[in-house]
Design a protein. Sequence first.
Length: 189
Amino acid sequence: MIGPTIYGPRQARAVIVGQALNRLTDGRPWAALVRHDLAQLCGLELADYLATFGRCDLIERYPGQGPGGGDLFPLAEAKDAARALLERLAGRRVVLLGRQVEAAFELEPVSAPWYAWRSVGRMALGQHLELATAPHPSRRSTYWNDEGNFAKARAFWTALAAWAGPCEWPGGLKADALENLERRREAQP
C-alpha cells in the first residue's frame, strides 16, 4: 500500500497529517478554512504556508457524520494509512492534528502533551522522524476556548514554520515566500 497522498512541496521538511476530508471538502483535499487557520497560526500568508508544509489526510474521503455531530473516523483504516505513510515521512518533522490521528500512529506514550516532539523509528536504518501532536484547528475543539492556548499554538507553529522554511517548487525557488520569511524573522524580537 502506498498510503495517503502528500500534497505540497516534495522536499518539505515538515508535514501536517489530518484525519479525513469533511463533507464540504470531499474530493478537494485540504479545505481553505483549515489551511487559512494553520497559515494564520504560523504567521504566514497562505501561499507561504503552502510553500512550506507538506499536507495529507489519513482518510482521503469523507467517512460520514458520527452520532455526536462530528465526523466519523474509521480508526482501523487510519492505522493502515499511517503505517503506509511512515516510510515516506522519514527524516521530517510531522505534526499530527488531534488525538485521533495520534491514535492511528500507535505511538508510545499515548497522548503525549500537545506540541511535544518525540523521536520515532530506527535511526540506523534511516527511518527516523520527529512527531508532535497539535490540537485539531477546527473550532469544534474545546482547546480553542482558552485564549492562552492560542499563544501556545502560535509559538509552536511559528517556530516550526521558521525551521521548515519555504521549499523550491518546480520552476525555481518561491522567492516571495523567502522574502516574507525574512521579514518575519527580522520583525521577531
